[in-house]
Design a binder for this molecule. Structure first.
Ligand SMILES: [Fe+2]
Length: 200
């Protein structure tokens, strides 16, 4: 995989990160349950989200490198909605969700945060991420910057990072998405013209 890691802080500022190898021993084949167990260990050992994500990035890279089957599991985008989601893992009362997501080219998401730490790894296609910063009430938001993500690229988000994704190119964007526990009181859609929010 090409190696581009990004991290977006709570002010929606992205930074590039030099990827590091995972400390965890990889037993091949690297099964999903092993990945989940190692993920759980990281969450127990680290309480702040930035530290967790620093540990999770190399773990996800190891998992994706060992799991080519994931491409076969990705859903085709629904023809009407233009996107598809397969839940790879979602257990009640457990603070992790893993999804395989597809987007048709030309689809653009609302401006949003997640109210949870998150990680998105691009498996196929090309995706533009725009990063936005809200201003005072009724003032337009500022687009801080953007990043174009290619297959093999990986991006992590702090809970208040605000972004908007657009599927570029001619083929669907396929991605592996991992999220912590969502605080729904802090998860919003944003209005670019007014900096206003709506629950998401
Ligand atoms: Fe998002």
């Amino acid at each position: 995989m090409p190696n581009h890691d990004w991290h977006v802080d709570n002010n929606s500022n992205p930074q590039t990160i030099v990827p590091v190898e995972s400390d965890e021993a990889v037993i091949s084949p690297y099964r999903l349950y092993r990945f989940l167990t190692q993920l759980d260990d990281i969450l127990l050992a680290h309480s702040d989200d930035a530290s967790r994500l620093a540990q999770i990035r190399p773990l996800v890279r190891s998992f994706l490198n060992e799991s080519p089957w994931m491409m076969m599991q990705c859903p085709a985008p629904d023809p009407k909605r233009g996107w598809g989601v397969t839940k790879l893992y979602d257990e009640a009362d457990y603070p992790l969700t893993i999804q395989l997501v597809s987007w048709n080219p030309g689809m653009t998401s609302p401006i949003h945060n997640h109210g949870a730490w998150g990680l998105v790894a691009i498996l196929d296609g090309q995706e533009r991420n725009r990063f936005w910063q809200p201003q005072e009430a009724n003032q337009p938001m500022i687009q801080a910057s953007e990043a174009i993500l290619e297959p093999g690229d990986l991006i992590t988000f702090m809970p208040d990072a605000i972004h908007q994704v657009e599927a570029l190119g001619n083929d669907p964007v396929l991605s592996f998405n991992l999220y912590g526990e969502t605080d729904f009181t802090q998860r919003f859609h944003y209005n670019a013209e007014t900096s206003g929010t709506k629950p998401f």
